[in-house]
Ligand binder design. Structure first.
Ligand SMILES: C[S@@+](CC[C@H](N)C(=O)[O-])C[C@H]1O[C@@H](n2cnc3c(N)ncnc32)[C@H](O)[C@@H]1O
Length: 296
C-alpha cells in the first residue's frame, strides 16, 4: 500500500483553515509546519500548558496525505475554492509503505546522562549494562530524556541523590525523574501530574523498571515534606505553584525546577528566593535549571 503526499505552500493567515478543509474534502491527515524549519530563519514558537498558541509561522507548509487513488489536484482545488483563495503552489509525491514501527524506533537511541546513568528504549541493548539503565519508550506522556529540561533534572538527581531520600516529582509526565531517583537510591518517591494519561504512563514505566511507583493526580497529594522536590513544568505553572511546592520541602531540603526559558531564569529565581537559598542557574539549549535549599 502507498499514499500520496502533497506539500502545500500556504499563507499563514489561511493555513489552519485550509488544513481543516483539506480533511473535509478527503485528506487522510493534514499537518502544518514552519516552511523555514531546519534553516537559520526557523521560528521557534513556545507555549505554556493551558494557554493556546495563537501564532503560526510566517511561512507555513501543509503536509497532506491522501489515498493512493485520490485525485489530489481536484481535492486541493476544491479546498482552495472553499477557502476562497487561489490554488496555492504544491508538490505531490508518493509515500511507500514502510515498517513504521521500525522507522520510529530507529529515531530513538540510548541517551547517556552520565557515566553511570543511561536512558535506553526497550528495543535497544544498553551500551553499558553495568550502568544504571532506565528502560523507557517514547509514549504519550512527556519525558524520554531527550529534552534538555529533563536532562538537566536527571543530571541534578544523578549528582545529588546519595541514598534514602524522599523525592516528590511534581509534573511527572512519563515518571522519568521519579523512576531515575529510585534507581539512584532514593528511599521513596511520589509522582504527581494533572494528566491522568501521564499518571498511567508513570505507573507502567515504574513497573517496567522494577521500582515502586506511587503516582497520582494533584488532589491525591497529602500534606508532607520531602528531602527533594523536583518540578519540570513551565514558567507559568511554576509561578503559580511556588507556595505549594515550597510547602512540600523539608527545612534544609532541595527544590529543583526546570521548564524555564533562559530569559525567565532571573525572575523565577527571585520568586523562589522567598523560601530557598538559590544556587546559580544552569543552562542547556536555551532552557534553565534552578535549584535551592529551603531556609528555616
Ligand atoms: C515538561 S513535562 C515534564 C515531564 C517529566 N517530569 C520530565 O522531566 O521529562 C511537564 C508535565 O507537567 C504536567 N503539568 C503541567 N502543569 C501541571 C500542574 N499544574 N500540576 C501538575 N502537573 C502539571 C504536564 O501534564 C506534564 O506531564
Amino acid at each position: 500500500m502507498a499514499w500520496l503526499q502533497a506539500t502545500i505552500h500556504a499563507d499563514s493567515a489561511i493555513a489552519e483553515q485550509l488544513a481543516d478543509v483539506l480533511m473535509d474534502v478527503g485528506a487522510l491527515s493534514a499537518t502544518i509546519e514552519d516552511a523555514l524549519a531546519g534553516t537559520a530563519d526557523e521560528q521557534p514558537i513556545f507555549g505554556e500548558p493551558g494557554e493556546p498558541v495563537d501564532q503560526l509561522w510566517s511561512h507555513s507548509l501543509i503536509n497532506a496525505l491522501f489515498a493512493e487513488d485520490a485525485d489530489v489536484d481536484l481535492m486541493i482545488a476544491a479546498a482552495a475554492n472553499q477557502c476562497r483563495i487561489a490554488v496555492p503552489g504544491y508538490e505531490v509525491g508518493r509515500v511507500e509503505e514502510q515498517d513504521w514501527v521500525r522507522l520510529t524506533q530507529s529515531q530513538f537511541d540510548p541517551i547517556r546522562i552520565s557515566d553511570r546513568l543511561w536512558i535506553t528504549p526497550t528495543w535497544h541493548v544498553s551500551p553499558d549494562p553495568a550502568a544504571i539503565n532506565l528502560q523507557l519508550d517514547p509514549g504519550l506522556a512527556f519525558g524520554t530524556g531527550s529534552h534538555p529540561t529533563t536532562r538537566l533534572c536527571l543530571q541534578w538527581l544523578d549528582s545529588q541523590i546519595k541514598g534514602g531520600e524522599s523525592v516528590l516529582d511534581y509534573g511527572c509526565g512519563s515518571g522519568i525523574l521519579a523512576i531515575a531517583a529510585m534507581k539512584l537510591g532514593a528511599g521513596h518517591t511520589r509522582g504527581i501530574d494533572i494528566d491522568a494519561q501521564a499518571v498511567r504512563a508513570s505507573v507502567d514505566n515504574a513497573a517496567q523498571n522494577g521500582v515502586a511507583g506511587d503516582f497520582g493526580l494533584p488532589n491525591s497529594l497529602q500534606p508532607g515534606e520531602y528531602d527533594v522536590v523536583v518540578a519540570n513544568i513551565l514558567a507559568n505553572p511554576l509561578r503559580m505553584l511556588g507556595e505549594l511546592l515550597a510547602s512540600h520541602v523539608k527545612t534544609g531540603g532541595k527544590i529543583v525546577l526546570s521548564g524555564i526559558l533562559a530569559e525567565q531564569a532571573d525572575e523565577m529565581s527571585a520568586l523562589y528566593a522567598q523560601w530557598f537559598d538559590m544556587d546559580p542557574a544552569v543552562f542547556d539549549e536555551g532552557w534553565t535549571r534552578l535549584s535551592g535549599s529551603k531556609r528555616a
